[in-house]
Design a protein. Structure first.
Ligand code: NAD
Ligand code: MG
Length: 388
């Protein structure tokens, strides 16, 4: 029997993190956990650590250090805290790293894992949006393999002919359309955070759920796809598919369209990334097409969902524009979840921030951090202005 493979889960307490651990715990002798990290949920992190016995458990919030240390006392598991400790956890020698931190906070730890040549299962799409060139260039240099976990990109990865990219004509990302797919623009003005996070199909963290409701999630995914696959911007397309059964399409020059289908359960793409280039069994519900009976498709509405066009525009501009889009969106979504602004203000604030900042080249992590900070300052000012 081959030795257990060392794995690290960045963001283990989140939705993707928990699904990853669920799969690992079903076949415990296949994997050995090197590190688990979380933001501030010490209770969940400590419970996970006691079950999975990593070398180290890290909490980003420094104020939570004593609580974590006490919770792990006598277990022999090292406790650490702080942003730097999260990045260091990614440095530990684990062959496979799940990047499941949400937002630009995941950039540095993800980049650290890529820099040491690890196989990186990439859920954290914001990392590619704000620093895609940097991440893919670094991966090219170190031989780090990026395995897409986002269901659409995982689907494309499964059916994309990487040996003959010129045979690919189009890549079409499917979007569920979110909870407000059929809501009028007027009615969107007054939707609550509770309504926005209640996704009709997928169960996910709060930030990505709001992104799904604005369709910014699909915008971020367009940029993510452009970095992951050797295709031009004009070859990318988005189609709304409310059942979320077809996870994306790749169209070839002969007119053949290949797709990957499955029930909407993130454990399928996570399992694919965990086992790649092999496959492992999952307990996911199997697809019953006679039960579903029909699959619907429609074009996205650019008027009610302006976020999608903002992402297209940032992708075409290139340089720092996608990082600005991402940072402004993170600030606006946080303000919406805190009930400081309305739902329609999210895209408006992103648009304002994008307009205010001219796109500059990105050459280093420092460049990304600087642009991210400046965009957050401007977005925060735009949020304040709306509240007064
Ligand atoms: P989540 O909010 O459920 O979990 C986020 C994780 O990141 C948690 O473990 C949290 O503790 C950690 N975290 C948050 N802020 C942090 C910080 N500042 N420093 C360190 N750690 C921090 O989010 P999620 O739904 O699991 O999504 C994670 C990532 O995966 C996101 O980028 C999301 O877009 C992507 N993704 C998620 C899904 C899904 O089904 N949930 C699907 C596709 C892609
Ligand atoms: Mg997705």
């Amino acid at each position: 029997m081959s030795a257990a493979r060392a794995v690290t889960i960045l963001g283990s307490t989140g939705s993707v993190g928990r699904s990853t651990l669920d799969l690992i715990e079903r076949q415990p002798d296949k994997w050995r956990v090197a590190a688990l990290t979380a933001n501030s949920d010490v209770a969940t992190l400590a419970a996970q650590a006691k079950r999975l016995r990593p070398d180290v458990a890290v909490v980003a919030n420094e104020a939570s250090y004593t609580e974590l240390k006490d919770a792990l006392a006598g277990t022999g598991i090292e406790a650490a805290a702080g942003k730097g400790a999260v990045a260091e956890a990614a440095d530990r020698p684990a062959e496979w790293v799940m990047a499941a931190i949400v937002g630009a906070a995941g950039l540095e730890p993800t980049l650290r894992a890529v820099s040491r040549g690890a196989t990186v299962a990439l859920a954290n799409k914001e990392t590619l949006v704000c620093a895609g060139d940097l991440v893919t260039r670094t991966a090219g240099r170190t031989g780090s393999r990026l395995l897409p976990v986002d269901s659409e990109h995982n689907a494309i990865f499964q059916v994309f002919d990487f040996d003959n990219p010129a045979r690919v004509e189009r890549v079409i990302l499917t979007a569920s359309g979110g909870p407000f797919r059929q809501l009028s623009y007027e009615a969107m003005r007054s939707v609550t955070p509770e309504q926005a996070v209640a996704h009709p199909v997928w169960s996910m963290g709060a930030k990505i759920s709001v992104d799904s409701a604005t369709l910014m999630n699909k915008g971020l995914e367009l940029i993510e796809a452009w970095h992951l696959f050797p295709i031009g911007v004009e070859q990318l397309d988005v189609i709304v598919h409310p059942q979320s059964v077809v996870h994306s399409f790749v169209e070839y020059i002969d007119g053949s369209v290949l797709a990957q289908l499955g029930t909407p359960d993130m454990r399928t793409p996570i399992a694919y990334a965990l086992a790649w280039p092999e496959r492992i069994a999952t307990p996911c519900r199997r697809l019953d097409l006679t039960e579903i009976a029909r699959l619907d498709f429609e074009a996205p509405d650019p008027v009610r969902f302006p976020a999608l066009n903002l992402a297209w525009s940032a992708l075409r501009q290139g340089g720092s524009a996608p990082a600005v889009l991402n940072a402004a969106n993170e600030e606006a979504v946080a303000a919406f979840l805190a009930r400081r602004i309305g739902f329609l203000d999210i895209a408006a604030i992103v648009a304002e921030t994008l307009e205010a900042m001219t796109s500059a080249p990105i050459a280093s992590l420092e460049d990304v951090i600087a642009v991210d900070g400046e965009a957050r300052r401007r977005a925060s000012a735009a949020i304040e202005a709306r509240m007064s």
